[in-house]
Design a protein around this ligand. Structure first.
Ligand code: 13P
Length: 252
């Protein structure tokens, strides 16, 4: 059985003082919860703080983006080996905010994913459709294109120790969660698409749902057969709420 993973995406939020309290609370709340994996993806400047606060605990940390190349004259960018230097386990790639606001396409996202892998990180590949795409019936087409760009560049093997996060854009930060049936349908589609190339990789693949996951809807989502946990935005900034979501991932 796949273990559940609950990962927080803090986005561009936090201060040293707020983070200290949040990280301490998550660390201590997770101490007795060993049957679920937990991580926080923090802004770059706070990676050292996350490392210092979480080292030796069962809470992993990571970043929210990475450059596609390893080093060079790329002012303002951060490489995968730098993230590795700070003890990161995870990095999010292709979040819809980066695709929409910064124009990242699936080819670039695939390059970032592979560079993260090469540096020993677990990439979290975000995929998902906009409201307009859902309403025009092209959800599967959109998600397939996002997934296939990676498989074309890196082969299906690239998904062996990786995470995919299905995040419908219309559910992010809106309080409008996909129903568990809607999410399950897309998760099953993703798993089948991977299975058509390698069934073993597909059955081990961790597929997270993201988009307005809260303490009061996590259990229902996590009960679905192809939902292996969540990628949590707003609710990951409140320790009690985040820990309650983690608790929903504990096998019953
Ligand atoms: P919310 O949980 O705030 O909707 O954000 C989801 C998300 O974008 C996680 O990456």
């Amino acid at each position: 059985m796949r273990r559940k993973l609950v990962a927080g995406n803090w986005k561009m939020q936090g201060t040293l003082t707020q983070n200290a309290a949040l990280l301490d609370a998550v660390r201590s709340g997770m101490a007795a919860m060993n049957s679920v994996d937990c991580a926080v993806c923090v802004p770059f400047p706070y990676l050292a703080q996350a490392q210092q606060k979480l080292s030796g605990s069962n809470v992993k940390w990571g970043a929210q983006d990475v450059h596609q190349l390893d080093k060079g004259a790329y002012t303002g960018e951060v490489s995968a080996s730098m993230l590795h230097d700070f003890g990161c386990s995870y990095v999010i790639v292709g979040h819809s905010e980066r695709r929409a606001i910064y124009g990242e396409n699936s080819q670039l996202v695939a390059e970032k994913f592979l560079m993260a892998h090469l540096a020993g990180l677990t990439p979290i590949l975000c995929v998902g459709e906009s409201l307009q795409q859902r309403e025009s019936g092209v959800t599967e087409k959109v998600v397939a294109e996002q997934l296939d760009a990676l498989i074309q560049l890196g082969g299906v093997q690239a998904l062996r120790s990786a995470v995919v996060a299905y995040e419908p854009v219309w559910a992010i930060g809106t309080g409008k969660t996909a129903t568990s049936a809607q999410a399950q349908a897309v998760h099953a589609f993703i798993r089948q698409r991977v299975a058509s190339q390698d069934s073993q990789i597909a059955s081990g693949l961790c597929i997270l749902y993201g988009g307005s996951v809260k303490a009061n809807n996590a259990a229902e989502l996590f009960a679905m057969p192809d939902i292996d946990g969540g990628l949590i935005g707003g609710a990951s900034l409140v320790a009690e709420e985040f820990l309650a979501i983690c608790r929903a991932g504990v096998p019953s």
